[in-house]
Design a protein around this ligand. Sequence first.
Ligand SMILES: Cc1cc2nc3c(=O)[nH]c(=O)nc-3n(C[C@H](O)[C@H](O)[C@H](O)COP(=O)(O)OP(=O)(O)OC[C@H]3O[C@@H](n4cnc5c(N)ncnc54)[C@H](O)[C@@H]3O)c2cc1C
Length: 413
Amino acid sequence: MTRLFSERFLHALEADELALLETTRSLCRETIGPNAQAVAREDVFAADTFALLVEHRIIATAFPRRFGGSEARQRLRIRLIEELGRVCSAAASLVTGADLSCRAIVAGASDAVQDQLLPALCEGRIQAAFALTEPGAGSDVRALATRAERTREGYRVSGRKKFITRANVADWYVVVARCVDEGASASEDDPFVALLISRDAPGLTAGPAVDKLGWFGVPIAELAFDRVAVDARWRLGAEGEGFALAQDALVRARLGHASMALGRAMGAVEIAAAYCCERDVFGKALGAHQGVQWMLADAITQIEASRALVDAAAASYDRGDADAAVQASMAKMHATDLGMKVCTDALQLTGGRGYLKAFPLERFFRDAKLNQIGEGSSEVHRTVIGRDAVRRAGEASIERHPCLAPGKLTTDY
Ligand SMILES: Cc1cc2nc3c(=O)[nH]c(=O)nc-3n(C[C@H](O)[C@H](O)[C@H](O)COP(=O)(O)OP(=O)(O)OC[C@H]3O[C@@H](n4cnc5c(N)ncnc54)[C@H](O)[C@@H]3O)c2cc1C
């Protein structure tokens, strides 16, 4: 069977990686795709989908080998997530979410804590959620107000976290807070600290699931911390490293969001194109009209270009390039903005049917929006990329454009 979208990115994968991709494709064809509509009917945790992803070792791709994982390259993970995103946002989100919450544990936990938690997380026996956002700190993450007061044994945490995916099913939370001395008032200079906090810690309350527009199957909830005692052994990294640990996890999650958005966009075009072949209007197939062909041409070309950008960003991360984080920002911004546009256009191409709850594009359209908001909104990434460009352009080491004469642009021209 052939596909509408190019398979050229598969040339970068090894035989065992291709085998896992093929497993994922079969699951999407036989189970995850056909069930996606039912999963998205109610916003309750997609436990069966999660179990399937665990059983087929797709969740394991996020974990190091010594804890039972396969430590997959990002170049493979983006292909798996794209495949899942093509049919079911919840499935794709479970794969990006597992990585986001375990990454800080892999990077910052002691050996004893890693041995205790990572095998169980990899096998899906327990879950962890990533708790960064607060009522007063979303895009402006440095405005975090959750306090981790130093005590003799470790910390006492007070504050609130908002919009936390799977907060109501997770057993552990990776919480980023500001570290302060006991009784001291918080200041901007207080270091960030990342802590692992168990769901049953006294003083911690996970709220009920909060109604949202899409991404059903991965509910969100709030967390409230009322002087929650956390032993120092649960700290991830050193005091002051909390923000860096979170950023490292977020870079990977951004590649995930980008590939999920592109997978969904590919699926939306496939569905719209099928409709265009079947539907007759004004005496010929909808797809035989030039205006429709141009819409499809734009969508397919832009998706292929964005897939190349995301693939390059993933390769950059795998190599450990210094600019991998900015590359991930470009990939995330471009792919998720494009994903929203493509899903909107695909729904338009399918007319009234596209607007029906029974038709998958209504779900794709609602789900597309979150990729532009979560893991750093498009505006935040635009700011990151632009700031980086201006910084580099001003560096003394930057190559001067050969068409420019020596001297100062402002005075010598
Ligand atoms: C379904 C869902 C799941 C989520 N899961 C998690 C999770 O698991 N863990 C977690 O920690 N967080 C999670 N989040 C939170 C998410 O990361 C934040 O919503 C996101 O970072 C944006 O923050 P905010 O909502 O506070 O928006 P705000 O910071 O209030 O921003 C509002 C708007 O203003 C724009 N904006 C902000 N600053 C600028 C600027 N300087 N210039 C121009 N525009 C600007 C933003 O892009 C945005 O569009 C989730 C959110 C949702 C909706």
